[in-house]
Design a protein around this ligand. Structure first.
Ligand code: DC
Length: 216
């Protein structure tokens, strides 16, 4: 069984997918973390996203894996914390728009989920990665609420930003992710929309689990 959860940044995908994976005891794949990992790797190697030749070279050597605690490793190093900074958030859209990057990430995502019950979260899961997923959900939330969620995440890693700055960052990223040529952020026609603005995390999780149980 494949469950696809797509939606814009800070719409509640990660918390929801994690909660569902724990309750249903199935695998959880955070595909955004993979694009963030490549973004961090390119930054640390001093390779610009415009330098396609070197991006390709980097990709051909890059290994990504998730350990038993769902921590992400790039080339053998746990980079789960480093990929959450605002600097990486501001760079990741440009990197994830590169066709070679998407090709490799989608291949890994299909390999990891193959033969497993898995909940995958991202932007193109229901449209491109698993268009035949048994269940598809598209999460949305008001922009102010999304910015406040991002603020709390950043505070946890000691980064201070204002809500209005974060609203601008999120709008910019939404615009970039939805208008890129390859696999743009888009609701699959058969995805069920869920607005997480005014419901608790538990309500989000239970709502989706109920929908899954009723449509099995
Ligand atoms: O969900 P997130 O904010 O961690 O995702 C980081 C970026 O990765 C996001 O701006 C767009 C990109 N992304 C993507 O293009 N396709 C996915 N399936 C997941 C994320």
């Amino acid at each position: 069984m494949i469950i696809a959860i797509d939606g814009p940044s800070a719409s509640g995908k990660s918390t929801t997918a994690k909660g569902i994976s724990e309750k249903l005891k199935i695998m959880h794949l955070d595909t955004g973390a993979m694009y963030r990992a490549i973004t961090l790797g390119l930054k640390n190697a001093g390779i610009s996203h415009k330098d396609i030749e070197n991006v390709r070279g980097f990709l051909s050597e890059a290994t990504i894996y998730f350990d038993e605690n769902n921590q992400i490793h790039l080339n053998g190093k746990n980079i789960s914390k480093e990929i959450r900074t605002n600097d990486i958030s501001s760079r990741v859209s440009a990197v994830s728009a590169i066709p070679d990057v998407r090709k490799k990430m989608v291949m890994i995502q299909r390999q990891l989920a193959k033969g497993n019950d898995c909940i995958l979260e991202g932007r193109d899961i229901g449209t491109v990665v698993f268009p035949n997923a048994e269940f598809k959900f598209f999460l949305i939330a008001d922009i102010e609420i999304r910015a406040k969620r991002r603020l709390i995440e950043l505070e946890k890693i000691g980064e201070l930003k204002s809500v209005s700055e974060l609203i601008d960052d999120i709008k910019r990223r939404d615009e970039f992710d939805s208008t890129r040529n390859h696999s743009p952020l888009k609701k699959a026609e058969d995805a069920i929309p869920i607005d997480t603005s005014h419901i608790t995390i538990d309500e989000q999780i239970n709502k989706i689990i109920n929908l899954i149980n009723h449509n099995k």
